[in-house]
Design a protein around this ligand. Structure first.
Ligand code: PGA
Length: 236
């Protein structure tokens, strides 16, 4: 399974070092792929083999005049080959358009990056109808190579992110079955995954892993989720 932590705008570089160090005791003995996305200025050469470090964002360029942005050159410095694209906070707070996300996707695909591409619907779309929801989410895949070999998709309902709300397990199963028809890539669930619901979520059919925000800030909690994934793997 794939167990990913999106640390967002949290933890300094030194706190991230301690975090990675603490997490290693779980990742070292795990059969899961453990991914961590630190804040951009907290990126570094972390001494870890069992944890893959990814970028939460980057600009589709090698380098150049893009004030405040991070290019391939800066990611290369730390050997980063994994990136998060299309997270709802970038779509909705930073206003990234589908067109721009496609541009980023194509750039980092061409560079062979592992891409965790996020999709998910806002509350009013979910409340409208299942068809409205599917139409909305399908648009988020437009222009994306759904057959890309290094693609991982994360289904993250916008209304579930950071709210403590989650869809029912039946709803997650239903959506994941639908999304698997669009892309056979590994499919993560994200949105208010915590220690107390992670095992249930990971047990759902077509859930290949989780993308965790706030609860992942505690290495012990995130580590517990890695252990749950391993326990489920063993029972397969
Ligand atoms: P959350 O965030 O776990 O805090 O809901 C998930 C995410 O944004 O990836």
């Amino acid at each position: 399974m794939i167990i990913a932590a999106n640390l967002k705008t949290n933890l300094t570089r030194s706190a991230t070092h301690s975090y990675i160090q603490e997490l290693q005791k779980f990742a070292d003995v795990s059969s899961s792929d453990v991914l961590v996305f630190p804040a951009m200025t907290s990126l570094d050469n972390f001494q870890t083999k069992s944890i893959t470090i990814g970028a939460q964002n980057a600009y589709p360029t090698q380098n150049g005049a893009f004030t405040g942005e991070t290019g391939l050159e800066q990611l290369d410095e730390f050997g980063i080959k994994t990136i998060l694209i299309g997270h709802s906070e970038r779509r909705h707070i930073l206003g990234e358009s589908q067109e721009f996300l496609v541009q980023k996707f194509n750039y980092f695909k061409e560079k062979g990056f592992k891409i965790v591409f996020c999709v998910g619907e806002p509350k009013e779309i979910r409340e409208a109808s299942k068809q409205t929801m599917l139409t909305y989410i399908k648009k988020q895949y437009e222009g994306i190579d759904t057959n890309y070999e290094n693609l991982i998709v994360a289904y993250e309902p916008v209304w579930a992110i950071g709210t403590g709300l989650t869809p029912t397990l039946e709803d997650i199963e239903d959506m994941h079955a639908e999304l698997k028809k669009i892309s056979a890539a590994p499919l993560l669930y994200g949105g208010s995954v915590k220690v107390n619901n992670a095992k249930d979520v990971l047990s759902v059919k077509n859930v290949d892993g989780i993308l965790v925000g706030s609860a992942a800030l505690y290495a012990e909690h995130f580590g517990k989720m890695i252990q749950y994934a391993d326990e489920l793997d063993k029972t397969k």
